[in-house]
Design a protein around this ligand. Structure first.
Ligand code: AMP
Length: 302
């Protein structure tokens, strides 16, 4: 089953303790699509400016990603500047230049109208909601957001959340969104806002899925990795592995969800090994399976 993702397609200017990069390919939808493309067909809705070259687009099409929904507008591509200190789990935003995303009115290509799974990757919540409303026949909606939108677009975000089935955010975001200090209370509060399931990502410590119907939560580990060069995109790559795996399965069962949590962790762990999306571009499905088994052996008793 194919997935449609809407979200930022961007240039990132990054600084980590291991180096710096200027205007490299990034964006939530970019990381999500590259990651999900190892599991299923991916369609992207977004906008780029005239500084986005054929080579940038080829990174996506090279993985079989359908980019017909990426509009080219006059102006500059979204540009995010961020850095990480010793705590690689927390990005500090230096600037967010929305550029062509400022006046973006999403159009869904006719060819995308049969999509059953939608992912609202990080971007202004009103754009997420607009795309959600233009896709009334989807069967499953995943979503993400970030501290900026929780702070400056809270009412719009709360409207969007009513239409999201599975929300994936990190510890800090879940506490900000709910106003709670405990993760369990934060999850309980967010699960009254619309989502039926909530995945809270704990960075290098794994991720937990909570359910609105009272089903017991499930936690997947993260692989302790020696080489974390650039955490950018880890969350989106997690979401891509998680949603991509779900889309590749005939039915959404509890076992599929648990496996999806592991595949999410696997994809996040690859993303951080190189700067930008480099590692996702060079990855193979065999490497993914190999690491999936490593993840299992981390927590499974014989
Ligand atoms: P993460 O997976 O959370 O590390 O997301 C990293 C990506 O989010 C980067 O490639 C950025 O281009 C993108 N990003 C940063 N800020 C925003 C924002 N306000 N809206 C949409 N995307 C963003």
């Amino acid at each position: 089953m194919s997935i449609l993702v809407v979200g930022s397609v961007a240039f990132d200017t990054l600084k980590t303790p291991f180096g710096e990069r200027t205007k490299i390919l990034g964006g939530a939808a970019t990381y999500f699509s590259l990651s999900a493309s190892f599991f299923t067909k991916v369609r992207v809705v977004g906008v780029v400016g005239d500084d986005f070259t054929a080579e940038h687009e080829a990174v996506l099409t090279g993985r079989g990603i359908d980019t017909r929904g990426i509009e080219r507008a006059a102006g500059k591509t979204f540009h995010w500047g961020g850095e990480y200190g010793d705590n690689l789990n927390e990005a500090k935003t230096n600037f967010t230049d929305l550029n062509v995303f400022e006046n973006f009115a999403p159009k869904i290509p006719e060819a995308y109208s049969d999509t059953k799974i939608l992912f609202l990757a990080n971007i202004q919540p009103e754009l997420q909601l607009d795309v959600r409303r233009k896709m009334p026949n989807v069967a499953l909606v995943g979503g993400d957001t970030m501290n900026l939108w929780i702070n400056i677009k809270r009412p719009e975000l709360l409207e969007t959340l009513k239409e999201v089935d599975i929300l994936l955010i990190n510890d800090t975001e879940s506490k900000m969104l709910s106003g709670e200090r405990s993760l369990v209370l934060a999850a309980r509060s967010i699960l009254t806002m619309g989502p039926k399931a909530l995945v809270i990502k704990h960075g290098e410590y794994g991720a937990t899925i909570f359910f609105a119907d009272g089903t017991h939560p499930f936690r997947a580990p993260a692989l302790p990795i020696a080489e974390v060069y650039d955490p950018t995109g880890a969350g989106d790559s997690f979401a891509g592995g998680f949603m991509g795996y779900i889309a590749s399965q005939p039915e959404l069962t509890p076992a599929v969800l648990k496996h999806a949590m592991f595949y999410g962790g696997v994809m996040g762990s690859f993303a951080v090994e190189r700067f930008g999306p480099e590692r996702l571009i060079s990855l193979t499905r065999d490497e993914i399976e190999e690491r999936f088994h490593l993840f299992r052996s981390l927590t499974h008793l014989d």
